[in-house]
Design a protein around this ligand. Structure first.
Ligand code: SAH
Length: 455
């Protein structure tokens, strides 16, 4: 087998990034946009020692779960990887992904998994779910300013102004910014030459309140003709916060550290269940509000609170799960590394008349060990970023001996690694539910509870 060979192959598996996997004389081929069940013609693009990559050239027989993706740029855009798979088949794929990785990396016995694992929680309407969009700007071949999304793993911009998993309002915001920038000759930032001004725009919408936040990210200190931009943006319904993010660094981190409020409040407010939350441009907020409600409900169910508990909520963001827990517990402590998020978290507790939370704006691995002698802790809730729990955090949790651990994870691989550790250190899986927070992408959220075995 060599580069540019044309081969016919049946797709029999799906990789972790949603790519199709087929075997040719036992040799695995990885093919983007091919689905399990497809028989395809593909062109070999790269041959490695034990596997090869190929490009989908033609679908000979489509998989029975294959559908025509509603988004016209579903294939080139890097945002959705599995839009061509029917939604029920996506849910099956994600459930299997969680199960496989927990067995393979987490060494969880299949029998136990079957006992504790509940069916994945999907969405009824799996479009328009994202409450946050970050559109990069670029320049087309004719030199015109454009906005869109990067094609999978590249920095090539696919033009689109109406992402179907995002809010309808994003298009109107983009129209205003593009029209204004073209009129005033404001150029897109160019990563190679490090010239040009407009890098990204962050748009957030309060799913329940309809409040809109717009925050352009610029390679400079000031936004030209900003008054006329504000005037146009404030004509849009729901406009609540217009802020500016300064990012003059040579980095692919989107947001700069400095945020200026240009108009309105420095935050928007949204609701989850019956609680209200303020979020500012730099704060983390779950992107799918509808599913978040279901996820947090599971967290509460799994915690099984009676009102007497002392709880640590680690990686607490703007204090969302923290507030839900606090209403049903005696005392909650929250740890989060971003100071702005902790400011929001304190405001959020006040906003909801909750006074039994203490927040720490610190790294979990630095703060938690300071409290390790505090053996009153009944439950520890963790919701770490993709890299999972820090070793120090894991060690401290074990030392603190909570009766229960509730783990919210956005990466099954690191979850599996951490579950393996916890099972080896006196905890056993009690419940587990995958939640589809990100339809049409390969990502899956999982919520787990573990119980101390010697209590
Ligand atoms: N529980 C919250 C946030 C979860 S996202 C919610 O449901 O909304 C993970 C959070 O961990 C982010 O807010 C991120 O800023 C924070 N974080 C990342 N690394 C951290 C660390 N080392 N220590 C504490 N918090 C961290």
């Amino acid at each position: 087998m060599k580069k540019n060979d044309i081969v016919e192959v049946e797709i029999t598996d799906c990789g972790i990034n949603g790519e199709g996997i087929g075997k040719l004389l036992g040799f695995p081929l990885f093919i983007k946009d091919a689905l399990i069940g497809d028989t395809i013609q593909a062109r070999i693009t790269k041959v490695k020692k034990n596997y090869a990559f190929a490009r989908l050239e033609k679908i000979i027989t489509p998989a029975k779960e294959r559908i025509t993706p509603p988004c016209p740029v579903a294939a080139p855009c890097g945002g959705c990887q599995i839009q061509a798979l029917s939604y029920p088949a996506q849910l099956t794929f994600k459930e299997k992904k969680v199960k496989d990785v927990l067995m393979r990396l987490g060494k969880v016995p299949e029998g136990l998994l079957e006992q504790v694992m509940e069916p994945i929680i999907g969405m009824n309407e799996p479009y328009r779910y994202r409450n946050k969009a970050q559109y990069p700007f670029g320049t087309d071949k004719e030199g015109n300013l454009i906005a869109g999304f990067y094609a999978g793993r590249t920095h090539h911009l696919v033009t689109t102004d109406d992402c179907l998993i995002g809010a309808k309002e994003n298009k109107d915001v983009l129209d205003v910014i593009l029209r204004h920038a073209r009129k005033h000759h404001i150029a897109a930032y160019d990563e190679e030459t490090r010239t040009g001004l407009l890098r990204h725009v962050l748009i957030r919408k309060g799913t329940h309140t309809g409040e809109i936040m717009v925050c352009p990210v610029i390679n400079g200190k000031t936004y030209p003709k900003v008054d006329s931009l504000i005037e146009e943006l404030t004509k849009l319904p729901g406009m609540t916060c217009i802020a500016l993010s300064i990012n003059t660094q040579n980095t692919n981190v989107i947001m700069g550290e400095e945020i200026q409020t240009l108009w309105g409040t420095p935050y928007i407010t949204d609701k989850i269940g019956d609680l209200e939350f303020r979020l500012s441009p730099l704060s983390f907020f779950q992107v799918n509000s509808q599913q978040t409600e279901k996820l947090y409900q599971k967290a509460l169910d799994y915690a099984g609170l009676t009102g007497n508990e002392t709880i640590w909520d680690i990686y607490c963001g703007i204090g969302t799960i923290t507030c839900f827990l606090a209403r049903k517990a005696k005392q909650v402590y929250g740890i989060e590394v971003i100071p702005e998020a902790i400011e929001d978290a304190k405001e959020n507790a006040k906003l909801n008349n909750i006074d039994n939370i203490q927040f720490y704006a610190q790294k979990a691995e630095d703060e938690l060990p300071k409290h390790k002698e505090d053996k009153k802790t009944d439950i520890i809730v963790v919701d770490p970023p993709r890299k999972g729990l820090d070793e120090k955090v894991l060690e401290t949790i074990i030392y603190m001996e909570p009766k229960k651990i509730v783990y919210v994870s956005c990466d099954p691989a690191t979850l599996a690694r951490d579950i393996k550790y916890l099972r080896e250190h006196g905890y056993e899986l009690e419940h587990l539910t995958p939640v589809d927070m990100f339809p049409h992408t390969v990502h899956v959220e999982t919520i787990v509870s573990l119980q101390r075995t010697d209590t």
